[in-house]
Design a binder for this molecule. Structure first.
Ligand code: FES
Length: 223
């Protein structure tokens, strides 16, 4: 997908999302402070109608525009879907270690699986390409302002809402929308935490065994 198309799509999502939020906010205002203008129905009924319309609009956006852009629905990936390492069967190449920037997550496709590979000096880690909080890519969107966060303290941080995971185990060590992240990222953090009010927590993330074989990153993935 071209970066221009991606930026256009993200703009549409942003505008649609803001419009949906405006409907919900309008409904709340109408219920809390209806004013004294004469209306055909009560403020409460009108407010409820606007709130429902806002939620329907937001859901339609997620289900129509996102798949067109190849974006997965922002639903959590459950930890029960994690495949234990002893049930992963196939070693596959993820390319030369030297091709990876140091400590910056990169996404690769390995036998149809989206995998994030993180080089750390002479070694590398591999985990799911998608963050389990809302199925967004750890490596960000190419050409967009959302770029991968360099690893820190042997942890990967999702650039979208700030969830943090141990690279070796996949264990979540910081939940999305932490106050630290929200303070630094008013749009991706504080604002989006309202949009994703139904999805505020992340479970652990799938990791994959990695070996470096003669300079080649080998990752063990499902068959
Ligand atoms: S998608 Fe990663 S923290 Fe939300």
């Amino acid at each position: 997908m071209s970066p221009a198309f991606l930026v256009l799509g993200i703009s549409i999502i942003g505008t649609w999302g803001v419009a949906s939020l405006a409907l919900i906010a309008g409904g709340v205002i109408l219920i809390v402070s209806p004013g004294d203008a004469p209306t055909a129905s009560s403020g409460t009924v009108g407010g409820i109608f606007l709130i429902v319309a806002g939620f329907v609009s937001g859901s339609l956006m997620q289900m129509t525009v996102n798949p067109l852009l190849g974006i997965d629905p922002p639903l959590p990936i459950k930890a029960k879907n994690i495949i234990p390492h002893d049930r992963l069967q196939r070693w596959a190449s993820a390319g030369p270690l030297a091709d990876y920037p140091d400590r910056v997550p990169q996404e690769v496709r390995i036998r149809s699986h989206r995998v994030t590979v993180v080089r750390d000096g002479d070694t590398a880690y591999a985990l799911s390409g998608l963050c389990p909080h809302a199925r967004l890519p750890f490596a960000g969107f190419p050409g967009s302002p959302i770029q991968p966060d360099p690893i820190r303290d042997e942890c990967i941080t999702c650039p979208f809402h700030g969830a943090r995971f141990e690279l070796g185990t996949g264990r979540v060590v910081r939940q999305p929308f932490s106050s630290e992240f929200n303070n630094d990222h008013p749009f991706l953090g504080r604002f989006q935490s309202k949009l994703l009010f139904f999805n505020q927590r992340s479970e652990d993330v799938q990791t994959y065994p990695v070996e470096i074989d003669e300079g080649e990153v080998m990752v063990k993935v499902p068959r």
